[in-house]
Design a protein around this ligand. Sequence first.
Ligand SMILES: Cc1cc2nc3c(=O)[nH]c(=O)nc-3n(C[C@H](O)[C@H](O)[C@H](O)COP(=O)(O)OP(=O)(O)OC[C@H]3O[C@@H](n4cnc5c(N)ncnc54)[C@H](O)[C@@H]3O)c2cc1C
Length: 492
Amino acid sequence: MIKTPILIVGAGPTGLMLSAQLHRYSAPHTIIDRKEGITTLSKALAVQARTLEQYRQLGIADAATREGFVAQNVRFLIKGRSRALIQFGEIGAGLSPYPYLFILEQARNEALLRDYIVSRRGSVGWSTELVDVRKNGTGYAGTLKRSDGNTEEFECQYLVGCGGAHSPVRHFLDMPFKGGTNEQHFFVADVTIELNVEKQGLLLAINQKEFLGFFPMSGDNQYRVIGILPPSVKDPADFPFDALAAHIHEVLDIPAKITGHAWYSGYRVHHRITDSFQSGNAFLAGDAAHIHSPAGGQGMNTGLGDAVNLGWKLAAVVNGWADAKILASYNEERRPFGVQLVHTTDRAFGVMVSPSWAARQFRTRVLPVLLGAVLKFKPLRRMMFRTISQTRISYRGSSLSDGSGSSALRSGDRFPWFEWDGGNSFNWLSDVGYVMLRLGQAVGVNIPGWSGPVVHVAVTGSAADAAVRAGLPANGVVIVRPDMHVAKVITH
Ligand SMILES: Cc1cc2nc3c(=O)[nH]c(=O)nc-3n(C[C@H](O)[C@H](O)[C@H](O)COP(=O)(O)OP(=O)(O)OC[C@H]3O[C@@H](n4cnc5c(N)ncnc54)[C@H](O)[C@@H]3O)c2cc1C
């Protein structure tokens, strides 16, 4: 019998990040996955700035940035002709220490998180499948099955479903997953292709009817290719890779040579979200709670963000630092973002795949010009970066946010990144716990409902000047939550 305060079911990126967070706060827990180890597929490629900021708190951002690379630009290839090359390199300069779109395969992200867990003397219970769950008082009990066929019972107080789109926790607890499925068959292929374009950028190849996206991967001539299978294909199993290669050549319409592929998969894109991310003491996170099209490279990053949000709260409850009612703020804070994401990615995906005349005109004529124009204007460029990078996410409406602060910095906002000669604002956030920043003559205050660690920082000199420029009060206190969002702003 396994008795654990917290059972995490699923060790994809979301479950691994949740376990990493719990280790960061030394909160006891168990994590299992039916697989033998981390994924061997590249899967998600885009790592957003907010994810790298969260990695920085764990101390793994440097390793991540060493392993991947910055996507520098996007080239539009319209009916075989290069129509626009739009540079976006450091589009978020000044907004984040990672002001770019970063490419690092999901498998490598998972490896970094697994290694962090191991470095904290933790482990993942691989080859262990959840096969049954039932309520057990305020907690849960159930059965785990190992790959050798042996079973073991478990009891836990908190259960977290990180089992992906087919989440067993969601099924066992009968939590509805509402939404729909797109008509078209989407495909993803990791190919080796000789393309006569610079490799540090994305390539969008668009013709009257189809579009393809090429995302560079590490390794010579390695690209992730995404797109829609021709409408005549009723079942991707009937469309072998040779046929896909011919389709790719046709849409590209430039000299290119596909010499191999690591994997290829065709599937329907779903857009679904659960009514709540919480049911009693059970929680859903990542693809278990929300799935959507891969447009915008948000899926893995959103699961990681869910895990960061839930992790410190679960740790606080299990460690006796906060009352269990803090857990309700997880759904309040993460579901609204999930709803917005499912809608926006679905709309963007619809425009990219719609066969309508208007959508085709938009893709081939308007989009390259519009994107180029938007990126020329600093405010629009910054807005675009903040949206895609997930650094705009704010929890102003949460029960943990008291409305304090100004429009520049309000309770619930992501704590801003800023630098001064010899320092930066994120260095204040690297220790475990709430952070109390005191500016001017201000003295520290109590943090209601919190008995866990608090890091005190007196902000003075050029750090204080930079802080005021970033929207912090010249004389006051800013309290920052363990997940780098503002808890309270007190201005004297
Ligand atoms: C081809 C492709 C490309 C993508 N590109 C991007 C991208 O560029 N950017 C991006 O952000 N996202 C992208 N995504 C989405 C991204 O891969 C997912 O959002 C991400 O994997 C979700 O992580 P997760 O941990 O929530 O779920 P998963 O990665 O699905 O992990 C769930 C885990 O739960 C385990 N599990 C399931 N059932 C059980 C059970 N009964 N018992 C024990 N364990 C169980 C599974 O074995 C699995 O390891 C892409 C996805 C695909 C398929």
